[in-house]
Design a protein around this ligand. Structure first.
Ligand code: NDP
Ligand code: 8X3
Length: 254
């Protein structure tokens, strides 16, 4: 089998858009997420559109033994061809002052954004090393570069992703494995719906008055970075909506 990209959190947003752009360009896919029905629907669509090979893995990145079992279950022909890992699964839960925060929300963000990314990386990196080439994309955030009011634990989790990207790059350089940290600003996906626990009005209001990034913008950027020559690595990339100057400065039309 030819090139395989493994994308976590491919049931919506950036992950789903990445699946499309890689498949469109001849890649085969391993796509993961917790929502089985969505995964299977996306798989059928990808095969119909691009005639690619697609393996779905249904697991929660927070559960270490499930991550290990899922990655071990990958058939050898897929395993031998994994060239890219996109550590994308992640979320924010809640937004508000730290003194009013919910420890359950904090645990979900830390378990998913930091520990989940580590569990997946721990299981997949040996395969990349074995395949003697590889590229890991860690989806960080502008929240991993700056902090903003009410962002506290989400920002901390994405600062951890930023640090892990730097560390992985050092640890993996001798294996020729590239590590790219992608740090987007406001992008309209299901992110805010999850953050505001299903409140559609609040979620929608986040993106009103300006043109946010769309999932496709991130997928196209990742694909560009992934297709640089072997001797070129883009280590770290901040990508913002034009209306957003920083984590806290967003120019909204009245
Ligand atoms: P979405 O909510 O649209 O997608 C998140 C994806 O992560 C889903 O496929 C979801 O799948 C998966 N996921 C979440 N938790 C888990 C879990 N415990 N186990 C397995 N999969 C999980 O949001 P985005 O596409 O916007 O987010 C993708 C990444 O980008 C996240 O890491 C987010 O923090 C980051 N980001 C987002 C920005 C934005 O403004 N949208 C900006 C900067 C960074 P399922 O629910 O099926 O498990
Ligand atoms: C998501 C973007 O600005 O809500 O990482 O933190 S932001």
């Amino acid at each position: 089998m030819e090139n395989v990209v493994l994308i976590t959190g491919a049931t919506s947003g950036f992950g789903e858009a990445c699946a499309h752009i890689f498949a469109e360009n001849g890649w085969n896919l391993i796509i993961t997420g917790r929502r089985t029905e969505r995964l299977e629907k996306i798989k059928s669509k990808l095969i119909e559109l691009y005639s690619c090979k697609v393996l779905t893995l249904n697991f929660d990145v927070c559960i270490e033994k499930d991550v290990k079992t899922a990655i071990e279950s990958i058939p050898v022909d897929f395993k031998k061809s994994i060239k890219i890992l996109i550590n994308n699964a992640g979320l924010a839960v809640g937004r508000g002052p730290i003194q009013d925060g919910s420890t359950d929300d904090w645990n979900r963000m830390i378990d998913t954004n930091i520990k989940g990314l580590l569990y997946v990386s721990h299981a997949v990196i040996p395969l990349l090393i074995q395949n003697t080439e590889g590229h890991i994309f860690n989806i960080g955030s502008i929240a991993g570069k700056e902090v903003y009011p009410g962002g506290n634990v989400y920002c901390a989790s994405k600062h951890a992703v930023d640090a892990l990207s730097k560390s992985m790059r050092i640890d993996l350089v001798e294996h020729g494995i590239k590590v790219t940290n992608i740090a987007p600003g406001a992008a309209e996906t299901e992110f805010s719906l999850v953050r505001f626990k299903g409140n559609e009005t609040t979620a929608k209001s986040v993106y009103e008055g300006f043109d946010p990034l769309m999932a496709k913008d991130i997928a196209e950027t990742i694909y560009f970075v992934a297709t640089r020559p072997k001797h070129v690595t883009i280590n770290d990339l901040v990508i913002m909506p034009t209306a957003q100057a920083s984590a806290t400065v967003l120019h909204k039309k009245a």
